[in-house]
Design a protein around this ligand. Sequence first.
Ligand SMILES: NC(=O)c1ccc[n+]([C@@H]2O[C@H](COP(=O)([O-])OP(=O)(O)OC[C@H]3O[C@@H](n4cnc5c(N)ncnc54)[C@H](O)[C@@H]3O)[C@@H](O)[C@H]2O)c1
Length: 337
Amino acid sequence: MNKILVTGAAGYIGSHTCVELLSSGYEIVAVDDFRNSKLEVVSRIKELAGKDFRFVQADAADVAALRAAFEGETISAVIHFAGLKAVGESVEKPLEYYRNNLNTTMVVLDCMERYGVKRIVFSSSATVYGIPETVPIAEDARLTCTNPYGWTKYMNEQILRDQANAQKDFSVVLLRYFNPIGAHESGLIGDDPKGIPNNLLPYITQVASGRREFLNVLGKDHPTPEATAVKYKIQMTDLVYGHSSAMEDAAGHTGAEAINLGTGRGYSVLDVVKTYERVSGVRIPYKIAPRRHGDIAECYADSAKARRLLGWRAERTLDDMCLSAHNWQTKNPAGYL
Ligand SMILES: NC(=O)c1ccc[n+]([C@@H]2O[C@H](COP(=O)([O-])OP(=O)(O)OC[C@H]3O[C@@H](n4cnc5c(N)ncnc54)[C@H](O)[C@@H]3O)[C@@H](O)[C@H]2O)c1
């Protein structure tokens, strides 16, 4: 039986991936310690998939606790989402980020070695490209980072590559995400950031639902046609299906492979605001605010490798992304309870 161990399973991307895996016939063991999510998510995954699974509440950096999750199971692959992800917070608390994001990966690898698991899919990020020299960005672009969060992804990629070099039958897929947004079409699971949202769309949905007064558009002095930042957005449902394809791909090779999950189309901040207003019928008041330090003017992906190796392509439009996020927010105005 194809059983997948998923760390960070109750998080934004983890929860959507668990639903997709269960619906596609995989069994899962799900691990999370809820440091950035809520218990409620687990029952919503079960409800959406119409299936039960073993959930282990554990810190993935705790060796004994993670071994207990592997123990007695026949795990064929790991999808490793557990990690802290807020760029700004990582600048304020670098040690917390390095400790959690690196230790979880090393403990996961330790357990994989102990229990003979040879395949891992890791959540990396477009942040490993730093400020790109050209767009769209291909996987062989120069890597560099502008904040501790980005460096944890960069270092994790190196750790995973080294492990693949050391164990000749080991396979790693490093998925570099480009701004996943949107929510499951049911509106039962979605992005529920704690505190002030770091990302554009959750901010917009909170303005739409009246939780925040207006949106700050960060910078109208970018060297882009409309002068606001241009980023690729990828719908969650599209992103998620890249994971099962990546696992199948990992079964067919050894060594480490980095793959962008994004497309060659960027959307400006104002594109997203206008689209959201059109599909939701809700006006989003906004003000122009100064750029954040290190903000990147243009960032979108060359996804030819994902098409070639995974048969993957993003199919959802910006309308779908905005509509699904609006649906999630409308059904869950205060997020998960
Ligand atoms: N969302 C994005 O825009 C984005 C972009 C690129 C990469 N990523 C990466 O994808 C992964 C998932 O992102 P997300 O948006 O779902 O984040 P998220 O915060 O919603 O989910 C991460 C989950 O991991 C859990 N977690 C963190 N540390 C843990 C630990 N030590 N033990 C057990 N559980 C732990 C959290 O409680 C949370 O449920 C992260 O590694 C993130 O860095 C996310």
